[in-house]
Every structure is written in C-alpha cells, then in structure tokens.
Design a protein around this ligand. Structure first.
Ligand code: G3I
Length: 382
C-alpha cells in the first residue's frame, strides 16, 4: 500500500487546488500499519537493527527501544576503543551499551574485532617504530580477541570478527594499497593467515557466539566472487565462520559512471551476493545499511549540499523507493537473511555527515527530529 504521507503534506499546503483533500481524508494514523513499530512489522521476517554510538544509545533511546530488535556498536568495540594502551582494556562504555541493549530486549552485534582502521599504533609497531614480527602480531591479536570475546561471553549474539579484508578488484587488502586508510598492516605483517586465526580464537573464547566476516560493495562482481572464495576456503579448512555481513552503504541514485562502484548498486546484484553466500550454508546479515542522498563520485560543491529543509520532495520519494525496493528483496529472501541493520538511528547522527565535513547527509529512516520519514513509511507499507 502506498504511503499517505506525501498526499497529506500536499493537502496541507494546497487544500483548495488539490482534489481529494477534504475533512474526511484519511490520515496517517488510520493507515493499517501506522501504529506498528518497525520491529513489529518485521517480526516475521528478520531482526531490524540500528547501530548506536557512544552517546546515541542514550540520546536516541526511545527510537532504539521502540523500533529496533538489534543493536550494533558503531565505534565502541573497535580495537582502539577497547585497548588503546597495550594490556589496558577499557570496557565501560561498551558494557553500558550492551547492558542497555540486553535490558531492552535488543539482540547484540559486536563490531569489529579485526579491522585495518581504528587501531592503536602499538599494535603494528614496536616502540622504535619498526614493524612487529608476524608472531608478535598474531599473539597480540589472539590476546585482544580472547580478552574481549571472553568479557562479553553470552552477551553478544554475533561478532564481526574480520572486517573488510578484500578490495574492489577482488584482491586481498594488503599493506601496499595507495591510500593510507586503505592499507592493511594485518595482511602486510601476518599475510592471509590472520583471518582464520581470528575466527579460531573468537570461537574458543565464546563457542556460542555467531562469527561473521563483514564487507562492503558486495554488488561489485569481482568483490562478490572474491568474498565467496574466501568464505569457501575458510569453511573448507573448518574455520568457524558462521555468517557473512553485507554492509549496504548505498545511494539514492546510483552513479551513471560505469567506473564508479555505485553504478553497480542494484537490487539484483546485492540479491545475487546474498544467495551466493547463503549457498555456502552461512547466515546472512545486512549489517550497515544507509541510503545517501548524494550521487557517488559526482563533483558537488558546497552550494549543492542539502540541508534537511532543502531536500526536494522528489528526492525524498526516490530515497523511499530505494529503501522499499531493497527491503522487498530482503523480505523475499527472509529465509536466508536473519538480520538487517541500519548504520545509524536517525539523520542527526550519521557517519556520512561526519566524514565529508560540511556536507550533511540524510540517509536513514528517521529525520533529525527523530520523526519517521517517507523512507520509513515505504518499508512499513507492503
Ligand atoms: O574518538 C575520537 C574522539 O576522541 C575525537 O574527539 C573525535 C573528533 O573528531 O574523533 C573521534 O574519532 C572518530 C570516530 O569515528 C568516533 O566518533 C574518528 O575521527 C572517525 O574517523 C570515526 O569514524 C568512524 C569510521 O567508521 C572510522 O573509519 C565512523 O564513526 C563509523 O561510522 C565508521 O564505521 C564504518 C564501519 O566500522 C565499517 N564499515 C564502514 C563504516 C562507515 O565508514
């Protein structure tokens, strides 16, 4: 059923010009799903999650509690947050977040044990600045994973154990990538072996936790296949990997530059990845979904940046349609998708606005005032 919200807004603005607007026009509250929450609407399909950050789990707690059935920690469980100084673990914030989630009946995803970003310097380098040896690195990795996973044992349902180990062309992420923030010192020092070792260590620390490999741009064929190959190899080696996370940071309008990754962002391509990974017997989670208003790679200048007030209605509708199309596909595959998580709770707290300084983005289901957007209506009305 289409959303009533756009029609209602127009009715309020132009009641005389528009036909069909009268005192008895239906309002959103009369929509059969208007009183339902997101997690209720999706109870028969999959968990619906949101990522929360150091403060947003408090500032956005009504939305988290009402609408979501799962919570991921956005930054609070990354290496530098939990062990910024070697041997000194700081669990307080993550503990508070996980306690909040569990007290409110939310399933918990821990993110992310091993990643090339947000790591402290001591992990990869000795005090003289020289890289640590492979044995030293693997030993530090095992110590970190064992301490962290044991600490949260029984309180985290799913861990992103290894995050983003593959590049767009399907090769492994190495220490020789061009951009500094793309280099993987894990691979540079330890080679591919760190991946299997991370899963074995996490499994030993909490045998009941579900262990995930998490990555992005799964709709790019070379990446999609390389992730499949990696997972297949791990499974053939009896590595305890139980699931795969597909991030799904997408755009409202895919790029029409065939060389830009977002040109390949189609429902069909993502569905193919989901089904391919599930064919390995793995549980599938959509782990980091958001739908940016901007076209990837387009040379925007400051004057083109949207504010919440300047977003054209047509773009809001497009974003809603995009959410609807992907969620329709997720529902169609709900026998293999166990969880769909949004990377954020509401538009006032999104990494997309953090990153491109000065360029606000509005990629989520709730607006900056925590009110449901057209995108919310679009995934509720089916
Ligand atoms: O912790 C410092 C804080 O001390 C300082 O005051 C503040 C000032 O800017 O920066 C804080 O660190 C920031 C951190 O987020 C916590 O807010 C970093 O600068 C910032 O780079 C970091 O960004 C995070 C990003 O990962 C890092 O790569 C985003 O919030 C987070 O949403 C994003 O999440 C990743 C997933 O983990 C993996 N998949 C992609 C996704 C989006 O990039």
């Amino acid at each position: 059923m289409p959303s009533l919200r756009p029609l209602l807004s127009l009715c309020l603005l132009f009641p005389v010009i528009l036909t069909g607007c009268n005192a008895s026009a239906p309002n959103a509250a009369e929509s059969p799903n208007a009183l339902m929450t997101l997690k209720e609407r999706y109870a028969d399909f999959f968990l619906v999650g949101a990522t929360a950050d150091l403060e947003s789990y408090i500032t956005h707690s009504p939305l988290l509690k009402n609408h979501f059935s799962s919570m991921t920690t956005e930054n609070a469980m990354k290496f530098e947050q939990l062990q910024n100084i070697e041997g000194e673990f700081t669990f307080e914030t993550a503990d508070n977040m996980i306690n909040f989630a569990r007290e409110n009946g939310l399933s918990t995803r821990g993110h992310a044990l091993v990643w090339h970003r947000q790591t402290p310097d001591w992990l990869f380098n000795n005090s003289d600045g020289k890289p640590v040896s492979k044995d030293e690195l693997l030993s530090k990795m095992r110590a970190h994973i064992t301490t962290v996973v044991s600490h949260f044992k029984g309180r985290i349902e799913a861990w992103d154990v290894v995050n983003e180990a593959i590049m767009d062309d399907g090769t492994m992420r190495t220490h020789t990538e061009e951009a500094d923030d793309q280099k993987s010192a894990w691979y540079g020092i330890a080679g591919e072996e760190y991946i299997a070792e991370a899963f074995h260590t996490a499994h030993a620390a909490d045998p009941k936790a579900k262990l995930f490999y998490n990555d992005y741009y799964n709709y790019i064929p070379a990446r999609q296949q390389a992730i499949f190959n990696l997972l297949q190899t791990l499974l053939n080696q009896d590595v305890p990997v139980h699931g795969v996370g597909l991030q799904a940071h997408i755009n409202t309008i895919p790029s029409n530059d065939p060389n830009h990754q977002s040109s390949q962002q189609s429902v069909k391509n993502l569905e193919k990845a989901i089904q391919l990974y599930a064919s390995l017997g793995l549980e599938v989670h959509i782990t980091e979904m958001d739908v940016s208003l901007y076209i990837g790679g387009f040379p925007y200048t400051e004057k083109d940046y949207y504010t919440e007030a300047s977003i054209p209605e047509s773009l809001k509708l497009k974003q809603a349609e995009r959410y609807a199309a992907f969620f329709e596909m997720f529902r169609r595959n709900s026998d293999i998708i166990a969880s769909v998580t949004l990377w954020g709770i509401a538009d006032d707290n999104t990494w997309l606005s953090e990153f491109d300084s000065g360029r606000a983005d509005f990629p989520l289901l709730f607006d900056t005032q925590h009110q449901p957007k057209k995108a919310f209506d679009a995934i509720m009305n089916f």
